[in-house]
Design a protein around this ligand. Structure first.
Ligand SMILES: O=P(O)(O)OC[C@H]1O[C@](O)(COP(=O)(O)O)[C@@H](O)[C@@H]1O
Ligand SMILES: [Mn+2]
Length: 649
């Protein structure tokens, strides 16, 4: 035996110090391998829509309903099943409604508790006892375990359970118990959550989404370009800060910064009011203005313009620093003729809709004024010192990455940049060339350098690359030729607004390309899938999220309210359970209140994308592979005990 191997076994012997202990562990692990594969849940492009996100987490994209159907089949009618589902999603609120319409709550508690216990048994049956135990709420751990565990040798089972349930009702604990059971079902119905990016921007509640994710039992995150933008802002990258504020202003969400993260925007507000005093800032209208009164709207529009100009200046400076990004065509403020009010773009001259640029010196268009500099300095401190924001970013870093391979599938937000012929596109990052997986990997390391590198040069490179990942043409998260922000504000010609998508998006049905991407990431194209977010699927015009005969799934259906006009629905989510892949289409979510009152469940349609021939078990998963390796090691440890190489303790 190699020296290292022996050392490793000795370490293992610390954990399993006897033949008996090692054997027990082998038996335990072996039994886990034969349990059904746990359920994975995939969500993407949540874009700050906290309520819709929270609802989809509660209903497990239809998984709770499926369990109810499995348990109650034809013994409950549709209406009763719907009510039970709503109760599981919103136990507290639903009980308030029930109480108003019923005289005798005792009966209701009794029936409801029995029903919930049955569902609980079902959802717990996929897991080991020890895993279920860890998920149990502290106060009720013992009693729930009693109720959901089969007791074959008990003579009068019913009387035993009745007694427990009666006591719960009698001592006035029925409601809290119902809440505990409902939450347990929500918790057990999904074992692992994948978020494929774009938690931030456009919607009002990304900070609440991040809070919820912080306490979620098991998850990973693939960063979206908008999340990367916020990460850039959090490390003090100034173009990212300006863009974050601009997008918040554009969608009427400055509250996220001020109230959600406690970032003081007063300096910017004061500056904007003074600088654009007599400017109506028409090009800087707020999307969904109903949240503001007229005075607020006016202030918001001025702030929107002020920060946009700062953003365009800072981007110009950044692209002068980084010629290697090959984005000098995005330095636009020097393409403007400030006297004539026109702009040169691709050899054509366009008239600007807004010609008022009081803060721009045409000779030095990218230079910030003294006031702008001071504002940015304060903002950098506000972002980098914000504890809550930093905590949220740590969650993104610890649970997240640019991509993930999981149980044979490849998960990423945007794309793998390709050339027109489908080959991998080479992108130069700080003097070296990368493509495919290597490109993803090098960018991932630079993201982490932005937060953790001690070397200031590397740290700065990391910070600036965050901006590149947000909007660079070679960025796998963006995957478009340019971000035409300035053109959309200042030019009316639609051709100037066009952002050309990377060749990848034209090849989603190309088997050879999709297979080669899976192989590039070390996955088996026979069984693997690519799960993709970022690009809204236009449900209304008949577009399907299922590409390449189900090998590639684009599940961005637009949680984002701003995009529902285009997509026609509120998005797709995906479930991967022991039977296969199920895609759920969602109807727009109006409000939690509505969901309770109408008992509506926004899952409108479930499409079985793939049904596995044989029900998958833990042994077929990545975790199963790791468990099998562990079993092998433990068997070697047993040999070592038995051959006298290692002594039992
Ligand atoms: O919806 P808005 O604010 O006009 O922003 C559009 C911008 O958002 C982007 O679509 C990027 O955001 P997504 O990652 O959500 O697609 C850009 O391509 C585009 O310039
Ligand atoms: Mn995106």
């Amino acid at each position: 035996m190699e020296k290292l191997e022996l050392k490793y076994l000795q370490c293992l012997a610390e954990l399993y110090p006897s033949i008996a202990k090692a054997s027990t562990e082998i038996i335990n692990l072996q039994s886990i391998l034969n349990l059904p594969k746990a359920t994975e849940h995939f969500l993407t492009d949540i874009h700050g829509e906290y309520e819709a996100f929270s609802h989809v987490l509660k209903n497990g994209s239809g998984a709770v309903r499926r369990k109810i159907n499995e348990v109650f089949g034809h013994t409950l009618d549709e209406r009763e099943k719907k009510s039970l589902a709503t109760l599981i999603y919103y136990p507290k609120e639903k009980m308030e409604v029930v109480k108003k319409s019923r005289e005798n709550m005792e009966d209701w508690y009794m029936i409801t508790l029995y029903r919930l216990i049955e569902v609980c048994k079902r959802v717990a049956s996929k897991y080991t006892r020890s895993k279920v135990r860890k998920a149990l709420p502290e106060d009720f751990a013992y009693v729930i375990e009693e109720l959901i565990t089969e007791k074959p040798d008990l003579v009068d089972k019913e009387a035993y359970y009745d007694e427990i349930v009666h006591t719960i009702i009698e001592i006035g604990r029925a409601e809290v118990f119902i809440i505990a059971l409902s939450e347990l079902i929500q918790r057990l119905v999904v074992d692992h959550l994948h978020i494929l990016g774009d938690i931030y921007d456009r919607g009002p509640g990304p900070q609440h989404i991040m809070d919820k994710l912080t306490s979620y039992h098991s998850l990973d995150i693939q960063w979206g370009n908008h999340d990367i933008l916020w990460m850039g802002a959090a490390v003090g990258q100034r173009s990212c800060i300006a863009t974050v504020i601009r997008i918040c202003a554009r969608y009427g969400n400055l509250d996220i910064l001020e109230d959600g993260y406690g970032i003081n925007l007063l300096p910017l507000a004061t500056f904007a009011l003074a600088t654009y005093k007599n400017d109506p800032c028409e090009c800087f209208k707020i999307k969904g203005t109903d949240v503001y009164n007229p005075a607020e709207t006016e202030l918001n529009m001025k702030m929107h313009k002020a920060i946009s100009i700062i953003q365009f200046k800072l981007e110009g400076q950044l692209l002068t620093r980084h010629k290697e990004y090959k984005m000098s065509d995005r330095r636009l403020l020097d393409k403007i003729d400030y006297e004539a009010g026109t702009m040169e773009l691709d050899g054509k001259t366009y008239a600007l809709i807004d010609k008022n640029f009081p803060t721009i010196d045409p000779k030095k268009p990218f230079e910030l004024t003294e006031e702008e500099t001071a504002i940015m300095e304060r903002l950098v401190t506000a972002f980098t010192d914000c504890e809550k924001l930093q905590q949220h970013m740590m969650l993104l870093l610890n649970k997240g990455g640019l991509y993930k391979t999981f149980n044979g599938n490849l998960l990423y937000h945007g794309c793998v940049p390709l050339n027109d012929d489908g080959s991998l596109m080479t992108v130069e990052i700080y003097g070296k060339k990368y493509k495919g997986k290597a490109l993803y990997d090098v960018l991932d390391t630079y993201v982490r350098k932005a937060f953790f590198a001690l070397n200031p040069v590397e740290r700065e490179k990391g910070k600036d690359i965050l901006w590149y990942i947000w909007s660079g043409p070679g960025s796998p998260l963006f995957g478009k030729s340019k971000m035409a922000t300035l053109e959309r504000y200042f030019l009316k010609e639609p051709e100037t607004h066009k952002e050309v998508k990377n060749a990848y998006y034209g090849m989603l049905e190309n088997d050879t390309v999709v297979n080669s991407i899976l192989q590039e990431f070390g996955l088996d194209p026979e069984h693997g899938h690519i799960i993709n977010g970022h690009v809204p699927v236009h449900h209304m015009s008949g577009e399907s999220p299922v590409k390449c005969s189900g090998k590639l799934l684009v599940i961005d259906g637009g949680f984002s309210k701003a995009y529902q006009k285009e997509t026609g629905i509120a998005g797709y989510t995906l479930i991967f359970n022991s039977f296969g892949l199920i895609l759920a289409a969602h109807e727009p979510f109006t409000s939690a209140e509505n969901a309770i009152a109408q008992e509506t469940d926004i899952v409108s349609d479930s499409i079985l994308v793939k049904r596995v021939a044989k029900r998958m078990v833990v042994g077929d998963t990545d975790n199963g592979k790791a468990l099998k390796e562990r079993i092998d090691e433990l068997k070697q440890l047993l040999d070592a005990y038995r051959s006298g190489l290692i002594k039992e303790k």
